[in-house]
Design a protein around this ligand. Structure first.
Ligand code: CP
Ligand code: NVA
Length: 304
């Protein structure tokens, strides 16, 4: 039996419609202004968010934990090491039990199907804090950051340079939801999965050569070549991606007012040079901060 008929989840960017996504992002900018003005805003008093982390995290954990506290609620950090999930209690049972005790669940895990199973058996909203397939919370922050720095993204050209990974997949979803063109520059064998690319429709295409892919781009985005869980493939990946570093020469091919985003953590000298990461056309620190504001807006939307 599933409990999920009424409840809204945020497993991918496709779970909200474009108008809802725009509203959440506009609200995030408003919550940011209120936070900077030290305005108290506690609509989630008495609410609890459980956070299941099966992978490491700095930004996601801190932004959800601080966000819940600022909204007047509380959060619980749960790792498989300390819970029965790690000893084999089924995901379905864990979802049913947590649903009886908390008001929302954020989950960071490997297999996206596990997150979907959890959501099917949860009677409270479930938020994807990153799976091997996608990272939609990061896209809320990225879209907020682009809007704050450069205005509307619809009709713009976005170039993804690097691995066709979870972040790339969420950019494919974003191309649909926010109506921009996405060029993906990745080496052969590192493309996003075909079903993801198909979802992007005519909004997305693979452009092998990073130089051509970045030509005239309004936004350039990259991410680590070695995602969590791929550590054993490090040597092969570093070799495959050697021509895909985002450096000043590459960025000079983009639009003069290009913005650079990176979800972080960054590996300077690998997918991005230190010079580019710390330059004025990089908005990565604002992007990291916006995780806090964007997720507070999402929590208000789902739990409020
Ligand atoms: N960008 C991001 O999700 O960072 P963490 O892995 O530190 O949460
Ligand atoms: N692609 C990276 C993103 C980290 C936030 C990973 O999955 O490790």
């Amino acid at each position: 039996m599933t409990n999920s008929t009424q409840v809204r989840h945020f497993l991918t960017l496709m779970d909200l419609d474009p108008l809802e996504l725009k509203a959440v992002i506009a609200r995030a900018t408003e919550l940011k202004r209120m936070h900077h003005a030290k305005q108290r805003h506690t609509p989630l008093e008495q609410r609890t968010l459980a956070m299941i982390f099966e992978k490491s995290s700095t930004r996601t954990r801190v932004s959800f934990e601080a966000g819940m506290a600022q909204l007047g609620g509380t959060s619980l950090f749960l790792s498989p090491r300390d819970t029965q999930l790690g000893r084999g209690e089924p995901i379905e049972d864990t979802a049913r039990v947590l649903s009886r005790m908390v008001d929302g669940v954020m989950m960071r895990t490997f297999d996206h199907a596990d997150l979907e199973t959890f959501a099917r058996h949860s009677s409270v909203p479930v938020i994807n804090g990153l799976t091997d397939r996608c990272h939609p919370c990061q896209l809320l922050a990225d879209m907020q950051t682009y809007a704050e720095h450069r205005g509307a993204i619809d009709g713009k050209t976005v170039t993804w340079v690097g691995d066709g990974n979870n972040m790339c997949n969420s950019y494919i979803n974003a191309a649909r939801q926010f109506d921009f063109d996405l060029r993906i520059a990745c080496p052969e064998g590192f493309e996003p999965p075909p079903d993801m690319l198909a979802l992007g429709g005519n909004r997305c295409r693979i452009v092998r050569d990073p130089q051509c892919a970045v030509d005239g781009a309004d936004l350039v985005v990259t991410d680590t070549w070695i995602s969590m869980g791929q550590e054993e493939d490090k040597a092969r990946r570093e070799q495959a991606f050697a021509q895909y570093t985002v450096d000043r020469t590459l960025l000079e091919r983009a639009s003069p007012d290009v913005l650079l985003l990176h979800c972080l953590p960054a590996y300077r000298g690998k997918e991005v040079t230190a010079e580019v990461l710390d330059a004025p056309d990089s908005a990565v620190w604002d992007e990291a901060e916006n995780r806090l504001h964007a997720q507070k807006a999402l929590l208000e939307f789902l739990l409020g």
